[in-house]
Design a protein around this ligand. Structure first.
Ligand code: BGC
Length: 775
């Protein structure tokens, strides 16, 4: 793969203005419990470090890409046996992993085991829905469970380090990697970040069946100019602290063991050489004690950023900034020994970088037991239990966007169904991007799922149109794309007509449209958000037949479905649902499961609206925000937090139980949620706040709490949402630290970010109270 491109205060408002020094206000990370105490691991790592030569130390700071396509096998063997590389990535075969481990522990002088990293983004062999879909569940416990299942499969193969979670906030659907994160919101993103860290790592570092999390990409990668992957990001300090950094901080508080520096330049300084980010913020302010990895070649590319003057300078700058481990490029190995000799970097700096790597190897139990049980790997991967977890996740993550006249769920007594679209029967696309190790043969497509659920129904499946990206992707070698079936104009026309014929003959048409998996993910940004190829034309032609049509959308990002949103009665967005996607979709379409996903991103009408997000600062004429363009409504097609269900729900007016909020006295808001339908279902109750006035303008609305509640038909429940006072604080661009400002706040509780179920409360507090909380 060519990754070259990848590369707080009293005063101003009187006695009530509160000051929260960042270090005090932001709770310090509670050190995650480990299989080996932190003190013991530190002591052992230090003892080992004292015996190591400089070359051996620097070997521990290298991570080499495996698989013959990056490093020939003999060379990987040599690097492992010589200790020149203490870490590898992209090995997935447990037999080969054991072989390399054996070389490292038997041939190197100090018998130091290797770590093996891999992109366990939404599964290993059993693929779960993509992370953006998982965020749509609004169910952190589900996310933890599903991530833990992925960790288990990966650990069984010998992988010790997941390159995830990806916690980049993304406010622009053109950016291909929006599919890898939790969307646009810092609060939801923080909850999802912590949930994934817990899923990967378990209760402590080294927990059996778990692996190290690597939180990426630090930081600001998702704000690429124009949504163009890898391009620079310019993010104000206010947005950085209040929007882009919180999920990273949440991951540190959850005990994340490692971080990955981002590719891009952040406010002029490449992230991988950014000492402010990697040292001042991550380690000194947040107290992170783990290891920072670079991204692929991102140390070497400090040069191409026009930042470092040479490869040697790149190595020195990354090391000084605090990058413990270099991924794939070898500037550390090639240049740090000489730099130490010349006094350009001290050996003490090298030691401080190596120490966390050795500690993690101890805590992961690799010194005690470097090998994996290959039989266990065979038993545990792709197991029915894994598949069940993937199916449940897919059912919980689909978002029902439209359902006119209750077209869905469909009746199981339908005689015939036409299943149409390029994605209807594509195993590869159903898994989605970043499913490199997923076995497409395991995958259940929408067509498969329908056939299995409805053996008595006549099900005709055809593509209608084909889609192709039309330009190479960096993954083509690892995941060879499928070949097109219809190439001549005549073949294409015949296939289009065939689809129309099948739709004409069927009781219902289910169109599975969207993006092929190559069209989202890394290196997959788009200028347009339209349905690729002739898919909309097909959708229009089928809809024109006047028979019932359901659009099942398979995608890694919001797409321009403005036409469908007006003309197609039912739209179910399934994102990329993974290995068990087809079973989940069939269950959802036929009422065996009830959609409960809600959007973690604002859904635009067209690409020209991007970046589009719900938590904007109020302008001088807020009443006109939907009319900012003369040629298009500027409001979203679907708002953040939106999602329908087969159940219907009512919600009482919001009652604020704690009208006076201060440190130690959180906001408590109660609503009564009732399932007013005959169908059991889950609803996501969401709480948004707005600070009316203060030292700076605060967003129109900000999500601060949510709860997913499952109700039986007719059941009602009181739901109390609690927001600690600290959650109402923000980083002030005026005072340049975290503040909690007393005053009037609005609160809304409802089913999406546009709810008008409103009340108010006051933040009142004294400095002393705040200091007490900060401690
Ligand atoms: C991506 C990372 C990924 C790494 C290893 C890079 O190109 O930016 O997210 O973990 O490759 O695959």
């Amino acid at each position: 793969m060519n990754r070259q491109v990848g590369p707080l205060m009293k005063g101003l408002w009187g006695v009530f203005l509160l000051v929260l020094l960042p270090t005090l206000s932001l709770a310090q990370p509670t050190a995650a419990p480990t299989s080996m105490s932190d003190a013991e691991a530190t002591q052992r790592a230090n003892a080992l470090l004292r015996r190591m030569t400089l070359a051996e130390k620097i070997g521990q700071m290298e991570q080499t890409a495996g698989q013959p396509m990056y490093t020939p096998s003999a060379e990987a063997d040599r690097l492992a046996s010589s200790g020149e590389s203490g870490n590898f990535l992209f090995f997935t075969d447990p037999v080969r992993i054991n072989e390399l481990q054996k070389l490292a522990v038997t041939k190197t002088r100090l018998h130091i085991p290797l770590t093996f990293g891999y992109d366990v983004i939404h599964g290993f062999r059993t693929i779960a829905p993509i992370p953006l879909a998982m965020a749509s569940s609004w169910d952190p416990a589900l996310v933890t469970r599903t991530t833990a299942m992925a960790a288990r499969e990966a650990r069984a193969a010998g992988i010790t380090l997941a390159f995830g979670p990806m916690v980049d906030i993304a406010r622009d659907a053109r950016w291909g990697r929006i599919m890898e994160g939790a969307g646009e919101d810092p609060y939801l993103g923080s909850r999802m970040a912590a949930a994934q860290v817990r899923g990967f790592q378990g209760d402590y570092i080294g927990a059996p069946g778990h692996i190290l999390a690597c939180v990426k990409h630090f930081a600001g990668y998702g704000a690429a100019n124009g949504g163009r992957d890898y391009d620079e990001t310019d993010i104000s300090d206010e947005l950085l602290w209040n929007v882009y950094l919180p999920p990273f901080h949440a991951a540190v508080k959850a005990g994340a063991a490692t971080f990955m520096s981002a590719y891009q330049s952040l406010n002029g300084v490449p992230a991988t050489g950014n000492a402010w980010l990697l040292r001042d913020v991550l380690r000194n302010t947040w107290g992170f004690k783990g290891a920072v990895l670079s991204d692929w070649d991102s140390v070497k590319s400090l040069q191409t950023h026009g930042f470092a003057s040479s490869a040697a300078d790149a190595a020195i700058r990354a090391a000084r900034a605090g990058v413990n481990m270099e991924m794939t490029s070898t500037t550390y190995r090639d240049h740090l020994p000489e730099a130490v000799k010349k006094g350009e970097i001290s050996e003490a700096t090298i030691d401080a970088l190596v120490l966390p790597i050795l500690k993690l190897k101890y805590q992961m139990g690799l010194f005690a037991n470097p090998y994996v049980d290959v039989e266990r790997f065979r038993r545990e991967t792709g197991s029915p239990e894994q598949r069940r977890a993937a199916r449940v996740a897919a059912e919980q993550t689909a978002v029902l966007l439209r359902n006119e006249n209750h077209l869905l769920p469909l009746s199981k007594s339908l005689r015939s169904i036409a299943v149409i679209g390029p994605l209807a029967d594509s195993k590869l696309d159903t898994m989605g991007s970043w499913a490199i190790h997923g076995d497409r043969r395991d995958t259940v497509t929408v067509a498969d799922g329908l056939r299995q659920l409805l053996p008595q129904t006549q099900i005709a499946v055809t593509k209608g149109v084909e889609i192709e990206r039309g330009s190479p992707t960096i993954f083509d070698e690892q995941v060879p794309p499928e070949k097109l079936q219809f190439t001549t104009p005549a073949e294409k026309k015949a296939e289009f007509d065939r689809a129309l014929d099948l739709a004409r003959q069927a009781d219902v048409s289910i169109l599975v449209l969207g993006e092929a998996q190559t069209m989202s993910g890394e290196n997959a940004s788009r200028a347009r958000l339209s349905l690729p190829g002739e898919q909309e034309k097909l959708l229009q032609a089928v809809t024109a037949l006047g028979k019932p049509v359901v659009l099942v959308l398979m995608t890694g990002r919001p797409l321009d479905i403005s036409w469908a949103a007006e003309h197609v009665p039912a739209i179910l967005n399934i994102w990329y649902p993974g290995t068990e996607g087809g079973h989940a979709v069939a269950n959802l379409l036929f009422g065996e499961a009830n959609p409960s996903g809600h959007l973690p991103v604002t859904w635009p009408r067209e690409a020209g609206q991007e970046p589009l997000f719900y938590n904007y600062k109020l302008p001088q004429n807020p009443e006109n925000t939907a009319h900012r363009y003369w040629d298009l409504t500027s409001s979203p097609l679907y708002p953040f937090g939106y999602g329908l269900s087969y159940s219907s729900f009512s919600l009482s007016n919001v009652a604020v139980n704690s009208p006076q909020v201060k440190p130690g006295t959180p906001l408590r808001a109660t609503v009564t949620l009732r399932n007013t339908s005959r169908v059991a279902g889950a609803q996501v109750v969401q709480l948004y706040v707005h600070q009316r006035a203060g030292g700076a303008s605060r967003p129109n609305r900000e999500l601060k709490a949510f709860e997913k509640v499952m109700l039986a038909p007719g059941e009602s429940r009181d739901v109390t949402l609690t927001v600690p006072a600290q959650e109402l604080s923000y980083w002030s661009p005026v005072l340049r630290h975290q503040v909690l400002e007393p005053g009037t706040f609005d609160v809304w509780v409802g089913f999406d970010s546009t709810t008008d179920n409103h009340a108010t409360f006051q933040v009142t507090a004294g400095l002393d109270d705040m200091t007490a909380v900060a401690k």
